[in-house]
Write a protein that binds this ligand. Structure first.
Ligand code: DC
Length: 452
């Protein structure tokens, strides 16, 4: 079910004119404005005032847990205090750039931004709003401007606030912040997939707003197309589906539960080497797969699976590079298939999930589609050399969405999310397929509540 009003995201580097344009746009549309940079600045101000060191640790987490950061009518409140003006200083800007690289800071603020956006009718403005906060936003913008134009704007802003600063100093500060924003590990500044890019260098704010409004109008009359397919993948899928229909009488149930666009994390049970092509064949979305790293050592096969969107994952211990790949696929609005159990098991068995899938589900905010494959463990079980003919059914369940609870232990949250997705797969196995969905999550699961 489409949202009644769209979510609009505006990302881009500092000084590209996002804040003013976003505020005016929200006013013109009567939408809620969520200035995400201002929320991070408020958090930085509270860290500065408290003297808590700017690094990951128990002290910072304890400071963040009770913190309240809210926005209303374009003003920003820190524990109820209006901090709209004090957060604009250069000192706060510098500390903000540092604190935003910390995982516990992003884990604290991202849900505060996602929650009000869920219903639509909002304009989000920042660095990661179209990639991480709302990757399923209906309209995404990426505003840019030359470094000179951005520095001149910042200088004028500061002068108007009574702090004249030399242009050189501002230029080098902006360049440093660009680098920090673009290269940080978590939620780096990146043009979101499908975003409309606008160079604001030679434009007035009014002109920028007019262009944004025109693009939104255009979106209303012609919504964004469904996700793109690679030709090779599409051709191979047709071939694979033909073979799998013949050999396994492949049947897909609940395809309407898979969102047509936006990030999707598919989580499936695993009992056969056939599972990835079976799910890829049954799915109307082009998938990216995580496959064991050893497969990428087989010369020709490795090229083939790479072309079919497989990406390597080491199965011993945590694999940060696979996690980065997975995050990136979701940030770009793609559909990723993972087998949370890690290795293949027996037909019909559903085993506990590794915490990695839970981490991805909670941190990406993607729709999580549970998938149950029935029969593949009979068609080609572990230990057999060749497949045999057997009926296979792939069932897609209604999407779930996980959200971190404030202050709760992160590891415990990931475990709960992992457990809940396996429970959803078990329910599909047991035939409890709850009606049909329209590809939008029914409810948001807040994981980490005590007693669960
Ligand atoms: O847009 P701004 O200058 O108010 O942002 C302040 C800082 O916060 C800047 O260093 C980038 C960072 N930021 C972020 O990391 N993620 C966001 N969504 C918004 C801002």
């Amino acid at each position: 079910m489409a949202r009644k009003h769209p979510v609009i995201t505006i990302d881009g580097p500092a000084g590209a004119g996002k804040s003013t344009a976003a505020r005016m746009l929200a006013e013109r549309l009567s939408y809620t404005l969520i200035p995400t940079g201002a929320m991070y600045r408020a958090l930085a101000l509270s860290v500065m005032r408290s003297g808590v060191p700017v690094r990951e640790g128990a002290e910072l987490r304890a400071h963040l847990a009770p913190l309240s950061i809210t926005v209303a009518a374009g003003r920003v409140y820190l524990d109820g205090e209006d901090v709209t003006e004090p957060i604009r200083s250069r000192e706060v800007a510098q500390v903000t750039s540092d604190v935003t690289t910390l995982p516990s800071v992003r884990a604290k603020v991202t849900p505060l931004q996602r929650r009000p956006a869920a219903e639509g009718g909002v304009v989000l403005e920042g660095r990661d709003t179209g990639t991480v906060v709302c990757p399923d936003a209906e309209v995404k913008f990426f505003l840019t401007a030359s470094l000179e134009a951005r520095a001149q704007r910042r200088q004028a802003e500061l002068a108007a606030a009574g702090t004249p600063v030399a242009l050189d100093a501002i230029t080098s500060e902006l360049a440093t912040r660009d680098r920090q924003d673009e290269t940080r590990e978590l939620a780096p500044l990146r043009r979101p997939e499908g975003a409309i890019e606008l160079d604001t260098s030679g434009l007035t704010v009014d002109q920028v707003v007019e262009r944004l409004l025109a693009a939104i109008e255009h979106h209303k009359s012609a919504p964004a197309p469904a996700a793109r397919w690679s030709r090779f993948y599409a051709a191979m899928r047709i071939l694979a589906v033909a073979v799998m229909r013949l050999m396994f009488r492949l049947e897909a149930l609940g395809s309407e539960n898979v969102p047509e666009r936006g990030p999707v994390l598919m989580v499936a049970n695993h009992s056969s080497l056939l599972d990835p092509p079976l799910i890829g064949g049954a799915s109307d979305r082009q998938l990216t797969y995580l496959a064991k790293a050893e497969l990428f050592e087989i010369p020709l096969f490795s090229r083939l699976i790479r072309a079919l969107n497989a990406r390597p994952v080491r199965r011993e211990g945590a694999d940060p590079s696979a996690l980065r790949t997975a995050r990136r696929v979701l940030e770009e609005g793609g559909a990723l298939l993972v087998f949370p159990e890690g290795t293949r098991g027996e037909e019909g068995d559903i085993r506990p999930a590794k915490p990695g899938a839970g981490l991805l589900a909670v941190s990406s905010g993607a729709a999580v589609v549970p998938v149950y494959v029935r029969g593949s463990g009979r068609a080609w079980p572990k230990g057999r050399r060749f497949p045999r003919s057997a009926k296979v059914t792939v069932t897609f369940g209604k999407p779930l969405r996980f959200e971190a609870e404030r202050g709760a232990d992160r590891k415990a949250q990931y475990e709960i999310a992992s457990r809940e997705m396996m429970d959803a797969i078990s329910r599909l196995r047991d035939g409890m397929i709850a009606g049909t969905g329209q590809g939008r999550p029914e409810s948001v699961r807040v994981v980490g509540r005590s007693g669960k």
